[in-house]
Design a protein around this ligand. Sequence first.
Ligand code: SAH
Ligand code: SF4
Ligand code: F3S
Length: 447
Amino acid sequence: MKSSAPPQTYRVKSFGCQMNVYDGERMAELLAQRGITPAPEGEEADLVVLNTCHIREKAAEKVYSDIGRLVKAGREAGKEPLIAVAGCVAQAEGEEIMARAPAVSMVVGPQAYHRLPEMLDRAVKGERSTDTDMPPIAKFDSLPARRKSAPSAFLTVQEGCDKFCTYCVVPYTRGAEISRPFRDLVAEADKLVAAGAREITLLGQNVNAWSGEDDKGRTVGLGGLIRRLAGIDGLARIRYTTSHPADMNEDLIAAHGEVDKLMPYLHLPVQSGNDRVLKAMNRSHTAESYLRLLDRFRAARPDIALSGDFIVGFPGETDAEFADTLKLVDAVGYAQAYSFKYSPRPGTPAATMDGQIAPQVMDERLQRLQAALNRDQHAFNQASVGKRCAVLVERTGKLPGQWLGKSPWLQSVWFEGDAALGDLVEVELVEAGPNSLAGRLLASVPA
Ligand code: SAH
Ligand code: SF4
Ligand code: F3S
């Protein structure tokens, strides 16, 4: 590879889950520390970090088409960018990316990106490097302190997964479950709030598997961490995602009834409503145990909005088994949910199972499932009309004087009037669309 001038501008493009968004922000902070600035909108950057996702085939293949596009745009502009591939494709494919994409000079896994600056120094000299080490948690200690935050911030508290669902790559790309220390998280949350955050969403591939030692030396779970963070002045809202049914405990459920700042929303993926399929997926719950768990959350917080993830067309799934998923959806009444066609992933047990489902069958099942989920989402939004609630203002709307924010139940709400980013305002929800609600501004809620 040719040597190149040190980059002056960067762009980080994150795909996949919110943990990648968090990692992308941290990589941007590392680059900013080097004096590299974000490339202005519409301009080619000198350095592009593709922070990739390996969860489904489409997501993983996207990285190669993106690289192709970058190289082409670079040639047209007379200067090819330095390209780093980060994230879960980097972890899963490592050297393969180097072989397949000569334009890439850095491949860095999700546990190694604190070394990006050193890799960049080598890249400038024309040396290509790959780092997919998985040192336990060392990364966080080498990252710069948080200085800037949007009103709603992410905070990774837990990484990795030990669950090994048979369809999923995450245990391979992110490694074993690790919890960041309590005091580090409190310190980072303090910094985020001082930097402008009003809401913090605690992140983990299995966020509710988090555990640690609190300031009094007691072992606590996520509920204990949430109770401590709720004491931070200026922090108005706490959320967490994504949870696993097997890691739920009474204290976290109880926190939903006891901690005002903990928002009434739970994302608890179920994947299927059929017990045979769940077993073949190596999920540890049954449809019934999942429903009973949701009952406990509803008892603690009756207005809790429920969300989930679904996979249709897992190998061997019959029509009758898929119908059980629709039955479960009817029983829950999700406020919002994500649904995917099963995608065979290299190296996972399900990829070589008998009974792979034809694409047309998957399409048809996904359509039916999404119709049911959309119906329930619309019904949930409709049922919110007339309510008064706090909205955290996160963005400006399309028109002057328009604002966009989130309700406690994570619905997008837009309204007009006198407000500013980061405000918590009281609105009356006046109209429901399929994906958002219109609100009428009542008052600003004092911080
Ligand atoms: N740790 C979380 C989510 C991980 S990935 C959990 O266990 O719920 C996010 C979602 O992607 C999963 O919940 C699942 O619905 C979906 N997913 C994972 N692997 C997949 C695959 N091979 N094909 C299709 N969807 C998949
Ligand atoms: Fe993947 Fe299952 Fe782990 Fe979630 S719990 S990340 S679906 S293996
Ligand atoms: Fe994708 Fe990795 Fe997240 S595979 S969903 S970016 S953990």
